[in-house]
Structure formats: structure tokens, C-alpha cells
Design a protein around this ligand. Structure first.
Ligand SMILES: Nc1nc2c(ncn2[C@@H]2O[C@H](COP(=O)(O)OP(=O)(O)OP(=O)(O)O)[C@@H](O)[C@H]2O)c(=O)[nH]1
Ligand SMILES: [Mg+2]
Length: 336
């Protein structure tokens, strides 16, 4: 488990007075922890390509792009430290628990730091609050990843026979994580969720003893979509969710669905397509003809009839109003 994160940034790493130190949640102090910091810098420098160019002192700290070297794992004063150097000017360090394997965190550490800095441009390293927010975001996401993914990996293989793996995907903002939360806790909150960043696995035990589900809630944002292919393997059932109220993104939703279906042989796996946020479209009679017509329109648009797989169902849902959520669960258990 990640216990602390820190950032060393400065015009030169050779003299600590030129280095600013930020950390979260525990304070790392320039005076008190000087020895520790020196060792971290030395250890990183001697375990990676030469990265600290001493020309740097005259240059500014403004960057267009952020490049990262490969993370370095070291034990410093008995602490499990994992550091990455950015643009030869900064070191971001994770302090992990003793029995953590830093390499489990390699991918998330590199990708998240890269994504936050280059794609989301969340920090320009000019403002202290911005820097602190950047560190806190990294901390929370890496910690959550550790808690939910790394710790649970053995559980998946161990429980493979008991838990049915459900692969839940769809473009961003359609309501996937909201659905998982609804199933798990019965709750919905308009303001509760933020975009998912990593595979999120939720284990749900059916109350009536029908079995256990491991629902893989995938991040829908564009940068994560190529990862879908990695996660889909061994799935027992697939749920593809679209937002029926957002017509502007129908085309994108259809494209992403077929990208995956074509790429991976899904002919044997049951598929449920959920048209979510039905509360936002104007249908007066939710069980009558009008809804039926809408459903047929969606099926035609998504070209579901072209699926090799005959084992699919389309359902309208509203995670918000709880409409059809019970039916989703029934359909899941019927289909598997
Ligand atoms: N009106 C309405 N809003 C919903 C419904 N389901 C989810 N939302 C809202 O849609 C937004 C996105 O929901 P999320 O569950 O985070 O979406 P997601 O698909 O997990 O998004 P990514 O993780 O980015 O892929 C949130 O603001 C939800 O509150 C619904 O049935 N009706
Ligand atoms: Mg989500």
C-alpha cells in the first residue's frame, strides 16, 4: 500500500537549498530529512541513465512536455522508495509498505504521471496549490489502484470458479461506475463519481444466493480504451453501456463497440447492451409502444443484428431512478 508521496523539484539537485520539497500526507522536511533526501537523489542517479544535467541551473522550470525516465526502486533508511525523474528536473517518489513489490506499481505510476502532466496538463509547477493537488491526485489514484487491483489480483484467480467475471465497458460518462455502485450499495448520487482511471473490480454476492459477480468497471475515456482488450479475456459476460440521452456521441459509441467486438471473438459470450439515462429522454409511456420503437431504433443504429453472437439483449435503464436495474441483474443471472 502506498503510504506517502513526495516531489523534489529544483534548479539543481546538487544542493538541497535549491530544491523544493512537497509531500503528502506526511511531511518530509528539508532539515530533518536532509540525509534521506540526499540518499534518494544519489540512489536514483546511480541506478538510472545519467539524468541530472548540471547545465540546468540557468534554465527555467517551464516545460511544454514532460518526459519520464524509468522508475527506480531503492531501499532508503529501511523505506521502500520508488522514484521517477521528470525532465531531469524533478523527482516524484512513492513510499510503499515494506512488503509491496514496487514493480506492481510501475505501470500506473508512469502512466498516471504522464497522463496528468501531458494530457490533462494539470500542473505547470508554478503554483504551490496546484503542485499539492497534483500530488494528492497521484496519491489517491495510486493508493486506490493498490487497494483495489493489486491486492485483489490473487483473489480473482483463487475465486475464478466462484465469481463470474462481468466485463462492463462503454465510452466515458455513460454511467458504468454509477451502475456498479447502485448494484452494490443501492445508492445513486449525481455528484458522487469522477471518471474512472483504472480497471476497477467490484465483487458482488447475490443476496438470493445465485452466485458472485466480479464486475470489471472499465474507464471509458479515450486514453484508456486500448486497455479494454487486455481486460476482456476470460469474461463470462459482457455489458456494453451507452448514454441514450447523448445523441452527439452515438456514433462514437457504435464505433467503439464494434472495434472491440471485431477485435475479439465474442461469439460465445453473452452480451447485454444497456441504454442508460433513459430518465433524460422524453418517453411518456415507459412500457408501451413508444419505448419499444426507441429500442428498435437503437438496435438498428448499433447494428446489433449483425452480431455473430445470438445471445444478446438490449435493455433501457436509468441508474438514477433505478429503472430496470433489477431486470439487469436477472438478465445477468439468466444469461450466464
Ligand atoms: N440522469 C442520469 N444521470 C446518470 C445516470 N447514470 C449515471 N449518471 C450520471 O452520469 C455521470 C457519469 O457517470 P459515471 O458512472 O461516472 O460514468 P462512467 O461511465 O463510469 O464514466 P467513466 O468512468 O469516465 O468511463 C455522473 O454524473 C452520473 O451521476 C442515469 O441513469 N441518469
Ligand atoms: Mg467510471
Amino acid at each position: 500500500m502506498l503510504s506517502n508521496i513526495f516531489l523534489l523539484i529544483g534548479k539543481s539537485f546538487y544542493d538541497l537549498k535549491d530544491v523544493d520539497i512537497y509531500s503528502y500526507p506526511d511531511d518530509i522536511n528539508k532539515k530533518k530529512d536532509a540525509d534521506f533526501i540526499h540518499k534518494v537523489i544519489f540512489g536514483h542517479d546511480h541506478n538510472s541513465d545519467p539524468i541530472f544535467d548540471d547545465q540546468s541551473s540557468s534554465q527555467t522550470l517551464k516545460f511544454e512536455n514532460y518526459e519520464m525516465d524509468c522508475p527506480v526502486s531503492q531501499i532508503v533508511d529501511g523505506q521502500n522508495v520508488y522514484t521517477i525523474c521528470v525532465n531531469s528536473k524533478m523527482i516524484i517518489g512513492l513510499i510503499l509498505e515494506q512488503d509491496d513489490n514496487p514493480y506492481d506499481y510501475k505501470e500506473i505510476f508512469e502512466e498516471l504521471a504522464f497522463d496528468l502532466l501531458n494530457n490533462e496538463k494539470c500542473c505547470a509547477f508554478e503554483d504551490e496549490i496546484e503542485i499539492e493537488n497534483f500530488l494528492i491526485t497521484l496519491f489517491i489514484d495510486i493508493r486506490r489502484y493498490g487497494d483495489e487491483f493489486i491486492k485483489k489480483t490473487p483473489e480473482i484467480s483463487f475465486a475464478a470458479g466462484i465469481f463470474t467475471k462481468i466485463f462492463l465497458f462503454g465510452i466515458d460518462d455513460v454511467g458504468k461506475s454509477s451502475l456498479v455502485r447502485r448494484i452494490k450499495t443501492g445508492k445513486f448520487n449525481d455528484n458522487y463519481l469522477t471518471p474512472t482511471r483504472k480497471f476497477n473490480i467490484e465483487y458482488i454476492q447475490d443476496k438470493e444466493g445465485k452466485g458472485g459477480l466480479a464486475i470489471w468497471d472499465l474507464p471509458g475515456q479515450r486514453t484508456f480504451r486500448e486497455k479494454w482488450l487486455t481486460g476482456i479475456q476470460d469474461s463470462n459476460l459482457i455489458i456494453y453501456m451507452i448514454d441514450v440521452a447523448n445523441q452527439l456521441r452515438f456514433e462514437e459509441a457504435r464505433r467503439e463497440f464494434w472495434n472491440l467486438v471485431r477485435e475479439y471473438d465474442l461469439s460465445e459470450i453473452p452480451i447485454i447492451i444497456l441504454g442508460n439515462k433513459v430518465d433524460l429522454i422524453n418517453i411518456k409511456d415507459k412500457n408501451g409502444d413508444q419505448l419499444h420503437r426507441r429500442m428498435q431504433e437503437m438496435i438498428d443504429f448499433l447494428e446489433l443484428d449483425k452480431l455473430d453472437n445470438n445471445n444478446w439483449r438490449f435493455l433501457f435503464t436509468s441508474v438514477k431512478t433505478n429503472y430496470n436495474i433489477k431486470e439487469v441483474m436477472e438478465t445477468v443471472f439468466n444469461m450466464i
